[in-house]
Write a protein that binds this ligand. Sequence first.
Ligand code: NZQ
Ligand code: ZN
Length: 383
Amino acid sequence: MQNFNYQNPVKYIFGTDTFDKIAQEIPLDKKVLLVYGGGSVQKNGILNSVKEVLKAYTTFEFSGIMPNPEFDILMEAVSFIRSNKIDYILAIGGGSVIDGVKFIAAAVHFEGNPWDIVAKNAKIDQVIPYGAVLTLPATGSEMNPYAVISRRSLNLKLAFGNPRLYAQFTINNPSVIKSLPKRQLQNSIVDAFVHVMEQYLTYDHGALLQDRFAEGILQTLIAIGKSVIDNPNDEKLAANLMWSCTMALNGLLSNGVPTDWATHTIGHELTALYGIDHAQSLALVAPNLYTVLFEAKKDKLAQYGERVWKLTGSKDERAQNAITKTSEFFQELGIPTTFSTYSNDKTMPERVIANLSDRNAFPFGENGIVSQAETKQILELCL
Ligand code: NZQ
Ligand code: ZN
């Protein structure tokens, strides 16, 4: 096992009827900006519930943080905060809104070009404190210090992270799942599943407990996946989905182990270039990436096949069938696994590789095993 430090400062408040607890977490003298997305929180009543709890506060609102949050719009929020001397932010939304708020919180007092926060992971000295009301479990953003920001004018979608960007608190109320469209529930399960795989499916590292944590989350997601899509009103399923998504990417799984993240690196390009939903991009890339990197990942694929899918047979058979099971699982959830579902652009592999080369992203993956050649093979299998 590798050395590690582990500190997660987020106060994670979980349960139904937890909206009332927001007021205990924000000092009454704060000027609070409520930040949300394209209007779902107005339709499903979450915004009104939050406003009711914050009646005694001075609040402002900024809406329109859409999926794959856009730098230009986030900069409008930064100006709004500066002009109104706001000193606390409450994100109300899914990963896009929470990620957007992380960038805003970092950019308000940043001296220099704010895009450097994203593109160069620039040092951040002062951050506006923020909390979040999670409305869509998937990304783990509610308990991690990462954000993914898009800049459409440059065809870019980039991830950054900073330990100063953890939320002070997050409200995780599984009843929000009731209002989620089917597509977002499908995305939720696949995103969390692939987050676990990125931290698990590498090579033998001797961190036995980490493997068991990972396998436990994968098995839970497999057990509840289809049922929660069909029964979003089931509180037990909703609670387990929400907690699984958080645990998949709150830093616990990566302690002491090598990580991959190649599926995300390639998937982000598919979103930037073709607007494919984040999780949908992962479902395209992941099984093909395991196929191309079969030899390097074979031991772990076989372990995954045996422990998670209960497969038997030789190591090669278990490893191979584990990839098939993964693909079938995504398809059963209703998520396509071929790029042609979204676009007929046969030049896709070249475009993705050009984007990655432009910013010197190669090689990536554990031990840098993914270079241009592997990426080309993976993307050709996706077509
Ligand atoms: O815009 P609104 O009206 O809020 O609607 C959203 C949006 O259209 C809707 N939605 C959210 N909660 C809802 C709801 N609709 C009905 N009822 C509710 N309760 O769902 C749509 C998708 O929302 P979004 O926030 O984009 O989804 P998700 O949580 O999957 O976040 C995706 C973003 O997170 C990034 C992705 O790249 C993408 O930009 N990621 C962030 C990570 C992180 N911070 O650690 C890691 C992930 O790998 C990922 O890259
Ligand atoms: Zn993800």
